[in-house]
Design a protein around this ligand. Structure first.
Ligand SMILES: NC(=O)c1ccc[n+]([C@@H]2O[C@H](COP(=O)([O-])OP(=O)(O)OC[C@H]3O[C@@H](n4cnc5c(N)ncnc54)[C@H](OP(=O)(O)O)[C@@H]3O)[C@@H](O)[C@H]2O)c1
Length: 272
């Protein structure tokens, strides 16, 4: 009996690590791997790793998450976000494990102005979103015993980068920061997400399937930035920033199109 955590060095992986005790009680010791121990671009290595470890629970917190870069690296993004999860799911099926996999609000276009449910049709508008839905579909096709948890706008203290860290970095040197105000979503604290992953994992066998989880409330990136700077001020974090200017998406062009209204209906996961 053991647990395999893939993507242990990422923002969500790092948030999960200290919370895994209840899972370890049920399924045994945790083997937590980052890219150096298990490179998801090596599909044969994934199958071998799982075959040797024989875990009862696999949590996949790894992904190709560079949304803009994915537009110019679609094959690599597909390999990591779709083919690797498929092999993880096949390997889980072979050793009787359940797989918990993290997905994204970017499987939706954000063109509908109401929170999206698990039963709503997906319509991704970016390479990243397309590769993530391909990963979901591949898991569903080969493994019944899975949880796919879509989340959004994750921020925490660990991992390479997130909006919170970017704002604090910009706010250190700049007196004014321009932030997009016409994209809205639900900023989600990585440690709340990690708790939800643990809770759903414990129930996975009884209640497998697709779930949405974010923190509650809706904000634009501009609202989020204002809140970050207010909080930083309250905590006496030294910042140069004096002004946050709301701008429109058209004034901040990026390679990937992002959903305008990116809110998930999380009622199903809140009941678990
Ligand atoms: N962050 C968000 O706002 C957000 C929103 C919705 C959904 N999600 C989903 O949440 C999950 C966790 O994301 P996160 O925020 O924790 O992202 P993250 O901080 O970028 O972590 C992703 C991890 O995956 C690893 N990884 C990438 N390519 C790999 C490879 N070839 N082999 C092994 N590991 C590889 C990365 O390793 P390196 O550091 O070595 O690259 C990194 O540690 C992902 O499924 C993501 O799609 C995130």
């Amino acid at each position: 009996m053991s647990i395999l955590l893939v993507g242990a060095q990422g923002q969500v992986g790092q948030a999960l690590l200290p919370l895994l005790a209840p899972l370890a009680e049920k399924w045994g010791p945790v083997t937590a791997v980052g890219r150096q121990q298990l490179d998801l671009t090596n599909l044969a290595a994934i199958a071998t790793f799982v075959k040797v470890l024989q875990p009862q629970l696999i949590i996949n917190a790894a992904a190709y998450t560079a949304v803009d870069k994915a537009e110019s690296e679609p094959e690599l993004a597909h390999l990591i976000n779709a083919q690797a999860p498929k092999v993880l799911a096949q390997s889980a099926a072979e050793c009787g494990a359940q797989l918990v996999h993290i997905s994204t609000d970017y499987v939706f276009s954000g063109q509908v102005g109401s929170p999206r449910c698990e039963t709503d049709a997906t319509d991704p508008v970016s390479v990243y979103g397309n590769t993530k839905i391909a990963g979901e579909d591949a898991i569903r096709a080969v493994l019944g015993n899975h949880i796919i948890l879509r989340t959004a706008w994750v921020y925490g203290t660990q991992g390479k980068g997130n909006f919170l860290k970017t704002m604090l970095r910009l706010g250190k040197d700049r007196r004014e920061v321009n932030v997009v105000a016409d994209q809205v979503g639900s900023p989600t604290w990585a440690y709340d997400l990690a708790e939800a992953i643990v809770a759903l994992s414990l129930n996975a066998a009884a209640h497998p399937g697709l779930y949405h989880y974010t923190n509650s409330g809706v904000a634009s990136w501009y609202d989020f930035a204002v809140a970050i700077f207010q909080e930083a001020k309250a905590l006496a974090i030294p910042l140069e920033v004096q002004r946050v200017n709301p701008i429109v998406t058209a004034d901040y062009p990026t390679p990937a199109t992002r959903p305008a209204y990116s809110v998930l209906n999380c009622q199903k996961s809140r009941k678990r």
